[in-house]
Design a protein around this ligand. Structure first.
Ligand code: CP
Ligand code: NVA
Length: 319
């Protein structure tokens, strides 16, 4: 058992600007160190002997593979745990599961359809727990997004980003990042249940975030340095037909992109649904950095894993 509390990563807002910047710097350093090498193993294998448990109770391509490959490149091992294959699926409690896994593992990633499950796991785990997406937030996605934006456009502080579409999990983590990293976020969502979480918006504003809300995608996109969207039907959403109808005006196409800054980037966490939230022309355009974002999931996860496991002394990752 550990004396100090584990370095969980459950939400962007839980961490200071300094900690978030530190994780991003670690990610960029490890990426630079490994670039151009014939094989991508991180020099020094900083996580040798450490074990990651990857608990995914919902589908995942990027989060799953980037954590698995990233952990292995850092020298660690990975156990992919489908909750339905565990005793958890037969009613063993999250509290007991967390206390048992903490005796075997050094870090746990959980993707769950129930946000409370993540909080419960973190409460009982004595090793760091990382949020691999819940219906409420997706903080690890945002680390990769910031890394990617800054690679293309320099510091995000002071920039304006437009969010077009559903104000759910990814949007919430982006709202929190806007406050912590000092950029303007203008969100255009349909009315009602699709508007961003009031709690997240209030928190961000209380913490200096410039969060603007509208139902008009043109207003949000105006002059933006990046236009971001997400799927219209998230995992667990059962009202697809209604969503596809209500979200129609939030389709990101070249007409909308033309209202943004001439250098505006297009970003999307993926998976994308071409013809729904984004047109093929925009998705495939030079402005689109969606595959850089996907690649940076790997580098961001590595920075995060090093921080969570307290192997985060920057001097260890110099070129
Ligand atoms: N963006 C993202 O989290 O993708 P996966 O659902 O494939 O992990
Ligand atoms: N909002 C999407 C993100 C997928 C990475 C979902 O929750 O399904």
């Amino acid at each position: 058992t550990k004396a100090s509390s584990p370095r969980h990563f459950l939400d962007i807002k839980d961490h200071s600007t300094e900690t978030l910047r530190h994780i991003l710097t670690l990610a960029a350093r490890v990426k630079a160190l490994q670039q151009g090498r014939r094989h991508p193993l991180c020099p020094g294998q900083p996580l040798a002997g450490r074990a990651l448990g990857l608990m995914m109770s919902r589908p995942s391509t990027r989060t799953r593979v980037s954590f698995e490959v990233g952990m292995k490149q850092l020298g660690g091992t990975v156990n992919v745990l489908a909750p339905s294959d565990m005793q958890l699926g037969r009613g063993e409690s999250i509290a007991d599961t967390a206390r048992v896994l903490s005796r075997f593992l050094d870090v746990i990633v959980l993707r769950t359809g129930k946000d409370a499950n993540l909080r419960e796991l973190a409460r009982w785990s004595s090793v760091p727990v990382i949020n691999g997406l819940t219906p409420i937030s997706h903080p690890v996605q945002i680390l990769a997004d910031i890394l990617t934006f800054e690679e293309h456009r320099g510091p995000i502080t002071g920039k304006k980003l437009a969010w077009i579409g559903d104000g759910n999990n990814v949007a919430t983590s982006m709202i929190e990042a806007a406050a912590r990293l000092g950029f303007t976020l203008h969100l255009a969502t349909p009315e009602g249940e699709f508007t961003p979480s009031e709690t997240a918006v209030q928190w961000a504003r209380d913490n200096g975030g410039d969060i603007r809300l509208t139902h008009d995608p043109k207003e949000a996109a105006a002059g933006a340095d990046a236009v971001i969207t997400d799927t219209w039907v998230s995992m667990g959403d059962e009202d697809a037909e209604k969503r596809l109808r209500l979200f129609r005006p939030y389709h990101v196409d070249e007409t909308l992109m033309a209202l943004a800054s001439p250098q505006a980037l297009f970003m999307h966490c993926l998976p994308a649904h071409i013809g729904e939230e984004v047109s093929k022309a925009v998705f495939e355009s030079p402005a689109s950095i969606v595959f850089d974002e996907a690649e940076n999931r790997l580098h961001a996860q590595k920075g995060l894993l090093l921080w969570c496991m307290e192997k985060d002394d920057l001097s260890a990752y110099q070129g």
